[in-house]
Design a protein around this ligand. Structure first.
Ligand SMILES: Cc1ncc(COP(=O)(O)O)c(C=O)c1O
Length: 373
């Protein structure tokens, strides 16, 4: 065995010993189960008009964008998507990326730096954690939703430029950030609040930032993904034009990456138009969320993700397997992938699931949760 083979084998053995070995399970195109684990919250990834838009864009622009956006990879289709996305979310400008992960890397890396300070909620997504590392910024990680701790960190920032990181709706617990308070703090301390709307956009219409009257606030910028409620692939940063200009010039995850694929851009644009013309889609998610939370005896979340805590990682796995055996796929999150160390089922509510399947899935989940609590 080579040194590397030995090292890989030892790493794998230690994952096995901890019960944390992850494997990929390719799924079939036609779902044999009701999918309450994915993030296609509005069912738009299967919408015929969205699929047709992806195919049309690929035929017109090619299978790939062909180059970095700074070379020949910026398409008129990207510009159209950016205009419509910015208008919908209520921001002056937008820049799209090949993933939401890249959007987060880009905004923090291009705004942060050794001479800046990042104040980050402890529950932010891994892409924001990695973004801080890439930016080489000093970072203060504050307890979840702890506005007073954010205030203390900003007060200690001195004359450094400070960025505060939060998600509008958190991806694992589904809880909403205190955005109004955070924006007010950023205004008072002349800092910038970066809000990741990955789980807010679409599920809460134009997002929570917009809903709370913070769109266009000079101390708030937004990142988003095109791969959840919009059913496609890609990400975006939304804010003032000078911010977008800065990212185009300085953000390495933008500059050194091939532009968003035409099919993804075309699909996201059509999904956005569907979202605008069918606001009732997010209403379906909200009412299903209320019904499911009531049936399971937990509080509804602010988005489409319902977190159901269980007593141990083993119980979480057993509950997930029991649901799957009855044709319902749910997420199972265990340490270290949970911000608070609590194992849980993560159930996503989608407007795309047919009503009869949804009602059956609720019955299955009620029985499974009862049996495993
Ligand atoms: C909160 C949050 N931000 C960013 C991302 C990354 O988005 P994408 O999957 O489009 O790269 C995700 C997706 O998992 C997420 O949950």
């Amino acid at each position: 065995m080579t040194r590397w083979q030995k090292w890989l084998a030892a790493e794998s053995a230690s994952r096995d010993a901890a019960g944390l070995q992850r494997t990929l399970r390719p799924r079939a195109a036609e779902g044999a189960t009701v999918d309450l684990a994915g993030n296609d919250y509005l069912g738009l990834s299967r919408d015929p008009a969205v699929i047709e838009a992806a195919a049309t864009a690929a035929r017109r622009w090619g299978a790939g964008a062909g180059a970095s956006r700074l070379v020949t990879g910026t398409l008129e289709l990207h510009a159209q998507l950016e205009r419509e996305l910015a208008a919908y979310v209520g921001q002056p400008a937008a820049l799209v990326f090949s993933t939401g992960y890249h959007a987060n890397l880009a905004v923090v890396a291009a705004l942060g730096g050794r001479d800046a300070l990042v104040v980050s909620d402890a529950h932010v997504h891994a892409s924001l954690v990695d973004a801080v590392r890439l930016s080489r910024s000093p970072v203060e990680v504050v307890p979840h939703h702890d506005v007073a701790a954010v205030e203390a960190a900003l007060a200690a920032a001195g004359d450094r430029r400070a960025l505060v990181l939060a998600e509008s709706v958190y991806s694992v617990l589904g809880d909403a950030a205190p955005l109004v308070e955070l924006a007010a703090l950023c205004e008072r301390h002349d800092a910038l609040l970066v809000v990741d709307e990955a789980h807010g956009l679409g599920v809460r219409g134009p997002g929570l930032v917009h809903e709370l009257g913070l769109a266009g606030h000079p101390h708030v910028v937004v990142t988003a993904t095109l791969s959840k409620a919009l059913g496609s692939q890609g990400g975006a940063v939304l804010g003032p034009q000078p911010l977008v200009d800065h990212l185009v010039n300085r953000a390495r995850p933008f500059i050194f990456d091939t532009g968003l694929a035409p099919a993804s851009a075309g699909a996201a644009l059509e999904a956005l138009r569907q979202l605008r013309s069918r606001p009732e889609l997010s209403g379906v998610v909200r009412s299903r969320m209320q019904d499911l939370a009531a049936a399971l005896g937990v509080s509804p979340s602010a988005g489409a993700v319902l977190s159901v805590p269980v007593s141990s990682p083993r119980v979480a796995l057993a509950a997930q397997a029991a649901a799957l055996a009855q044709g319902v796929t749910v997420g199972c999150f265990r340490p270290p992938s949970v911000p608070d160390g609590v194992s849980r089922l993560r159930i996503t509510v989608s407007a795309g699931v047919p009503e009869a399947d949804w009602l059956r899935a609720v019955d299955v989940l009620v029985a499974v949760v009862k049996e495993h609590s």
